[in-house]
Design a protein around this ligand. Structure first.
Ligand code: NAD
Length: 262
């Protein structure tokens, strides 16, 4: 249970971040959600209030692809209450072949997927250290271990998150603050569903046929042979930030369906 704790989940107006926010609210935490626009944040807050009775949920719009956004979000969240739990989830991916990925693409994806987590963590650590308790989680990806083709820049940022998380865990050893990575594989978010539905329509296939093809052709090694749900990813985050995980730090908690053979 996380009663009395305040959790900040970046990029939580939809998808995996939204499921994490909902799960942490159900655990009794006060939760601050974040997204880029005021409208999407207000909508997410409203939805969470409807879904979780008595939810103590706050919303802050901030664009985390720039330092200003991260600093503003950290300040607004700490205004609600000290942040005990930080989930660095905001991230984006854009398929492109290597030669088409420009310097701007590299810098942009690095700013959002890596530097947002660096900046948020740096801003929120002092109070966690002072309290002698804290939980930091990075939402990485299977792509951080198995770099994907046609999206190498994304894979590189997801590997960087793993290195960052392990290094931070070492530096914070003995402080009462744990730092872990959660590593999802293909997850059935609204965005992924919309993409699969569009490709299925183009190919004249049903969504179920498309899903079967995807796992047969592109993920033959998947032991679950299906997309994970955002809730399954959120369950692992709930464990990582709970008092149950007090001896778990510097870890990579996988929920990628057994794709990675290691
Ligand atoms: P999504 O696109 O469904 O949601 C992304 C969230 O981040 C949204 O709330 C959006 O508002 C927010 N966001 C995007 N850009 C932002 C910005 N500049 N500033 C602030 N917020 C911003 O994404 P998702 O699929 O739920 O992915 C969430 C995380 O999980 C990402 O880090 C992603 O790399 C990782 N992941 C996703 C999958 C998958 O299959 N969906 C698999 C592995 C890892």
């Amino acid at each position: 249970k996380l009663n009395g704790k305040h959790a900040l989940v970046t990029g939580s107006t939809k998808g995996i971040g939204f499921a994490i926010a909902e799960r942490l609210l159900r655990e009794g935490a006060t939760v601050t959600v974040n997204g880029r626009s005021e409208g999407s944040v207000a909508e997410a807050v409203e939805k969470l209030r409807g879904e979780v009775a008595g939810a103590d949920v706050h919303g802050v719009a901030a664009d985390l692809s720039a330092e200003r956004g991260a600093l503003d979000l950290a300040a607004a969240a700490e205004h609600v209450a000290m942040v005990d739990v930080l989930v660095n989830n905001a991230g984006a991916y854009a398929p492109k072949s290597f030669e088409k990925i420009t310097d701007e693409d590299w810098a942009g994806i690095f700013d959002l997927n890596v530097m947002s987590g660096v900046r948020m963590t740096r801003a929120l650590l002092p109070r966690m250290k002072h309290a002698g308790w804290g939980r930091v989680v990075f939402i990485s990806s299977e792509s951080g271990v198995c770099t994907p083709e046609e999206m190498i820049h994304y894979g590189v940022t997801k590997s960087a998150q793993l290195a960052l998380s392990r290094g931070l865990a070492k530096e914070l050893g003995g402080s009462g603050i744990t730092v872990n990575s959660v590593l999802p594989g293909p997850t059935w978010t609204e965005g992924v569903a919309a993409f699969v539905e569009q490709v299925a329509a183009e190919k004249g296939l049903s969504v179920d046929e498309m899903k079967t093809r995807f796992f047969e052709e592109q993920r033959p090694g998947s032991l679950i042979a299906r997309f994970a749900t955002p809730e399954e990813v959120a369950d692992l985050v709930a464990f990582a930030v709970s008092p149950l995980a007090s001896a778990t730090t510097g870890a990579t908690l996988r929920c990628e369906g057994g794709i990675i053979d290691s």
